[in-house]
Ligand binder design. Structure first.
Ligand SMILES: [Zn+2]
Length: 372
């Protein structure tokens, strides 16, 4: 027996209800909508207000070719390498051939941001973002959704892009992965800066690698300070003051909500700051305001570790060794720095109580990409 929604085959999850068998694993993913099954004539032309670097263009071309041949691909691109723009040609190629393309991302915040960027580029398409709070309209020429929403699109896509497959909650979640597998009848494209071993060792995937950002500057290698908490508070405060004095924005990552809220209560007395965690109701507005320079400091849990681009931001991590941040998370966090071509450099400081392998591996992987 196999669940038709999440592809689960583990018998212990199957139960017999009054309407027949059901799968307990994916029971909360219910109520598929009417989907637009026909392929509409669309104009897949897109506009970029910059041109791809030679390396980006080459990878974009290879990606398009592999996908056209029905090949699934792992595209590994360092943080800020412009992986979203690299997939544009592949998307256009699919649409020209009457194929349905979906882009799915674990995190809601990133869905909204990427949908906006895609709509700006593909002006003549209807791009829909489908995620919590945005589920009224699930039909469009190009669908951007959270991995949670893929259950609505059973066997629907010809090509499915999974952005950040190594991110929570998609990583290691067999239900979400089964639903994703079930939503696409053709090629998968995995995009990430930090692929896990499972993806790296998957022989059925074509591998593409982009180690340079379009502006050609090196990735920011974080500074690491190790010591007792009082020492870290003192050093962290000095560092923060120095950055703010130079009118630079700072993103401060904390390992949990409680620390974030306490720090916010304290710091808002002295600093023009905002605060975000997974329960913040006005998250979208706060992020927008922070991007628009309304705040000097943003205190965040790991909800902002990926996918967010904030121009000219510096990064501070409180207790980077806490275990909440694994190597991939730390690499992503450091990758927030220097993404804009006008501000290609910046600073990142990890404050740690003790030496930690995740921190060391993160630094090593960044240095390796810079030397590539
Ligand atoms: Zn199921």
């Amino acid at each position: 027996m196999r669940c038709s929604r999440c592809l689960n085959t583990d018998e212990k999850f199957f139960y017999r209800g009054s309407n027949g068998w059901y799968c307990r694993k994916c029971v909360k993913f219910q109520g598929e909508d009417e989907l637009d099954q026909q392929t509409n004539e669309v104009d897949p032309e897109y506009y970029l207000n910059f041109s791809l670097t030679n390396k980006q263009a080459e990878i974009s071309h290879q990606l398009t070719k592999h996908v056209r041949e029905g090949q699934s691909v792992l595209l590994e691109a360092v943080c800020g390498a412009g992986k979203t723009e690299i997939i544009f040609e592949m998307i256009a190629d699919n649409l020209r051939n009457g194929k349905k393309v979906g882009i799915s991302i674990a995190r809601r915040q990133v869905v909204l941001e990427i949908a906006e960027r895609l709509q700006a580029a593909f002006k003549n398409l209807k791009v829909v973002a489908v995620c919590q709070g945005h589920t009224k309209d699930v039909n469009g020429d190009l669908i951007v959704c959270t991995t949670h929403q893929l259950y609505r699109y059973r066997q629907y896509f010809d090509t499915l892009v999974i952005d950040e497959p190594d991110a929570f909650p998609f990583k290691g979640n067999s239900t979400l992965q089964g639903i994703a597998k079930n939503s696409c009848r053709g090629a998968f494209v995995y995009l990430t800066a930090t692929p896990d071993d499972e993806l790296k060792n998957n022989k059925s995937l074509k591998k593409l690698y982009l180690s340079k950002r379009p502006h050609g500057h090196d990735l920011c290698v974080p500074d690491v300070l190790i010591g007792p908490k009082l020492f870290l508070i003192f050093k962290g405060a000095l560092w923060l003051m120095e950055e703010l004095k130079q009118h630079k924005k700072v993103l401060l990552f904390v390992p949990n909500k409680k620390t974030g809220r306490n720090l916010y209560q304290l710091m808002k007395i002295f600093i023009n700051c905002c605060h975000i965690d997974s329960e913040s109701e006005d998250r979208d507005r706060v992020i927008k305001d922070f991007k628009n320079d309304k705040y000097d400091l943003c205190i965040s849990t790991s909800v902002l570790e990926r996918g967010i681009t904030i121009s000219n931001v510096q990064v501070l991590v409180w207790l980077a060794d806490s275990g909440v941040f694994d190597e991939a998370a730390l690499t992503q966090i450091a990758g927030r720095v220097g993404r804009n071509k006008n501000y290609p450099d910046g600073e990142c400081l990890f404050l740690c109580n003790s030496r930690q392998r995740s921190v060391e591996h993160c630094i090593e992987s960044i240095v390796r990409a810079n030397n590539d």
